[in-house]
Write a protein that binds this ligand. Structure first.
Ligand SMILES: [Zn+2]
Length: 99
């Protein structure tokens, strides 16, 4: 469900991506079906950009544990609301449908 907290983070992810302040650097497919994204962000500190790692693990049966991120927002709130990195990776992970 798209709660206000999710919408706020989605908005930040999209605004940040449009402004070039958050970028997907790389995407890896791991042997057990996991997918890993490296996400570069200068949103929290312009002078010291950080690289976060988002992992999608479809093998876990716990829905709240399928997506994880190494950022502080995820550590604090990830059990309730995905962080903007996870949301960006989820958008990237969608199959694009050709019109
Ligand atoms: Zn994150």
């Amino acid at each position: 469900m798209l709660t206000k907290a999710v919408m706020d983070r989605l908005n930040r992810a999209l605004v940040g991506a449009s402004a070039g302040m958050i970028k997907i650097l790389a995407k890896f497919h791991l042997p057990k079906g996991q997918v890993m994204w490296q996400i570069w962000s200068s949103m929290s500190d312009r002078r010291n950009p950080s690289i976060y790692q988002v992992v999608f693990d479809p093998s876990t049966n716990v829905p709240g544990e399928r997506w994880t991120c190494t950022c502080q927002d995820f550590a604090k709130h990830g059990h309730q609301t995905p962080c903007k990195h996870v949301l960006l990776a989820q958008l990237e992970h969608q199959q694009r449908v050709e019109a």
